[in-house]
Ligand binder design. Structure first.
Ligand code: CMP
Length: 412
């Protein structure tokens, strides 16, 4: 069973509070430890952190119990230790660093918030990645100061900014050499940061490149499809006007559907989700179909599940007079012209209209030719599904029949 919405929001707010407290600790605690020798958190901050982490520990234990998930002893011990004010209890300010394990709570939270804001997952990962790098650089700079690293010129102990400068130049493998290690521990530390830098550098280059291509996956796929298609069309010497027609079609698909193929995406979903998404995707069309006003939910769902999206380009013949009819078409966007068998225009149909019902209802050849006037977004329903729907929903059948009867009769 899913959690009620207000509970979910409260939980999210609470998790943001815990993660922000941990993040603030991660930034301030190392600096405080460095700047004053024995300076941990001020008492009021210590109380605040203890209360927040303590309540969080209790809430997590309760949540795990109620969900039936086992409370791992290792996890519970670490979480409980992070909640305790160990630094003042043991008179060791550095014991407060244990509280930084709570920072691990920030990672799932990042994904959760991004999901709620519907952020691009690749951008989200990129953001998380940058944050991790910033915190890492901060800690490494603090450690360099703790080792007594000297500033440029090698005289005074490095200020935070100088230490950060050394860290960034070393981590990014730039290493200007104006800040250098002087003691054995500093050299060992510098070597470790250099090695870490090589790893980070490779990781950054590799990941950022992949993540950037993923930020706009749809466009990348669209460009790749066009490239492949264009190569094929040139290889098969397809005439230029046909090529232009094909590319115009893809441009339309990109501009109106971001290149996504609705039907194949729906196919990948389990039945209930497919129904839910179909209702949303075809909601616009259903609203436009005036003869569906007041129709039952079942009928609308039935139709949504069976309608197939189709795009026609300007001048395309959608149905031809005299041919056998296989589908009925509903217009979601665009306009079509209806031409009598002798070629005279007998009408135009637009958003919310349908055509192609006569051949299916009367089991006869198409009475007219229907041609797209511009780009047309249509939904097609095949003969069997249409006839079955008419049988199941007599009201719907009556309305369709009424419109069919109102079509001016065309002589063949
Ligand atoms: P069908 O005969 O199956 O295929 C051509 C379609 O054009 C036809 O069904 C009707 O839906 C539609 N149609 C036929 N005549 C007219 C008309 N006079 N005005 C508007 N639409 C028409």
């Amino acid at each position: 069973m899913s959690e009620p919405r207000p509970h979910r929001t409260l939980r999210l707010v609470w998790e943001v509070l815990v993660a922000s407290t941990a993040a603030l600790l991660a930034i301030t605690l190392p600096i405080r430890l460095l700047s004053g020798g024995d300076r941990g958190l001020p008492p009021i901050a210590e109380v605040f952190v203890t209360v927040v982490f303590g309540v969080d520990f209790v809430l997590r234990v309760r949540a795990r119990r109620s969900s039936g998930a086992p409370t791992g002893p290792a996890w519970a011990t670490v979480d409980a230790l992070a909640a305790l004010p160990l630094a003042p209890l043991l008179h060791r300010p550095e014991a407060g660093l244990l509280r930084l394990v709570k920072l691990l709570r920030a990672f799932p939270l990042f994904g959760g918030i991004g999901h709620r804001l519907r952020a691009n997952p690749a951008l989200l990962r990129l953001g998380g990645f940058v944050l991790i790098l910033l915190v890492l650089a901060h800690w490494l700079a603090c450690a360099w100061m703790a080792l007594g690293g000297r500033g440029p010129g090698g005289l005074a102990r490095a200020s935070y900014l100088e230490a950060l400068y050394w860290t960034v130049t070393t981590l990014t493998t730039v290493g200007y050499g104006d800040v250098t290690p002087a003691t054995a521990p500093q050299r060992l530390y510098a070597m470790s940061v250099m090695l870490l830098g090589v790893g980070v550098y490779g990781f950054v280059i590799g990941n950022v490149a992949t993540l950037l291509t993923r930020v706009d996956m749809a466009r990348a796929q669209y460009v790749a499809t066009l490239d492949r298609l264009s190569g094929f069309l040139r290889y098969r010497r397809v005439p230029l006007h046909v090529q232009r027609h094909i590319f115009d079609y893809y441009r339309y698909l990109w501009e109106h559907r971001m290149g996504y193929d609705e039907a194949s995406l729906l196919e990948d979903l389990p039945p209930t989700l497919r129904q839910e998404l179909s209702l949303v995707l075809k909601g616009d069309l259903i609203e436009k179909l005036s003869f569906l006003e007041g129709a039952s939910k079942e009928l609308i769902l039935d139709l949504c599940m069976r309608l197939r999206p189709l795009v026609f380009t300007p001048g395309d013949t959608i149905v031809r007079a005299g041919e056998e009819g296989r589908d009925i078409y509903f217009i979601s966007g665009g306009a079509v012209e209806v031409l009598a068998p002798d070629g005279t225009r007998v009408g135009t149909l637009t958003d919310g209209d349908f055509f192609g019902e006569l051949a299916l209802l009367r089991s006869q050849p198409r009475t007219a030719t229907v041609r797209a006037l511009g780009y047309c977004d249509l939904y097609a329903l095949d003969r069997d599904a249409f006839l079955r729907t008419l049988e199941r929903y007599p009201d719907f059948a009556e309305r369709i029949e009424e419109i069919a009867r109102s079509r001016p009769h065309l002589e063949g």
